[in-house]
Design a protein around this ligand. Structure first.
Ligand code: ADX
Length: 205
């Protein structure tokens, strides 16, 4: 889907409240934590664990989850490459808005294409917003063994097409801020992400 800006004669309207004021009011800084990896890698589980952990720490966060977003915002999109690109564009924009509002956004999408992920990162950087990419690096064989939604089985039987890792590509991140492997327990992985947030100054004492 070609990205053309169809809106014309539009002018950016600046509000009266600065980001710094919003963040002070929220008593935290906004940021986007971008989880990427295959279906069944454990992204959603990790995102929901993290949301719980951050809540316990008195921080405000929100999970944007691939399956859930496809029930609404992206319900008109499928899994062809151009639809995934548009999905990630939309989600990236939502992340940017939520981070600007002062939330710690936990974004959980396969996001298989490097260029799409890069575009979201660049948009955050341009806007001066914190962005960290976390590669949930679970091998395809393990995802397929878990097959929590039965999708790999369906793809192997030829009942569905364009499943990432089977007949649709996944481009491994080149320089994620953190890579998590299945050797780490969910608790360990949660701790490592929280450590990363401290390290990047996204959370502080
Ligand atoms: S993305 O590629 O556009 O980032 P997204 O994370 O939104 O994908 O959605 C992935 C979820 O949709 C998977 O976790 C899976 O449950 C479901 N799904 C259904 N069909 C497919 C498919 N062909 N490829 C990948 N995921 C699929």
């Amino acid at each position: 889907m070609e990205q053309q800006n169809k809106s014309k004669n539009i002018t950016w309207q600046s509000g009266e409240v600065s980001r710094a004021q919003r963040y002070r009011n929220m008593q935290q800084s906004g940021a986007t934590l971008w989880l990427t990896g295959l279906s069944g890698a454990g992204k959603s589980t990790l995102a929901f664990h993290l949301e719980q952990r951050l809540l316990q720490m008195g921080l405000k966060s929100y999970v944007l989850d691939g399956d859930n977003i496809r029930h609404g915002l992206s319900s008109n999109l499928g899994f062809a490459p151009e639809d995934r690109t548009e999905n990630i564009r939309r989600v990236g924009e939502v992340c940017r808005l939520m981070a600007d509002a002062g939330l710690i956004v936990l974004s959980s999408f396969i996001s298989p294409f490097r260029e799409d992920r890069h575009r979201v990162r660049a948009a955050h950087q341009t806007a001066g917003l914190a962005f960290v990419e976390i590669f949930v690096d679970t091998p395809l064989a393990l995802c397929e063994q878990r097959d929590p939604k039965g999708l790999y089985g369906k793809a192997r039987r030829g009942e569905i097409r364009d499943l990432t890792g089977i007949d649709s590509p996944y481009e491994v991140p080149e320089a994620p801020e953190l890579t998590l492997t299945p050797e780490g327990s969910p608790l360990d992985n949660c701790d490592r992400v929280i450590g990363l947030l401290w390290q990047h100054g996204i959370i502080s004492a």
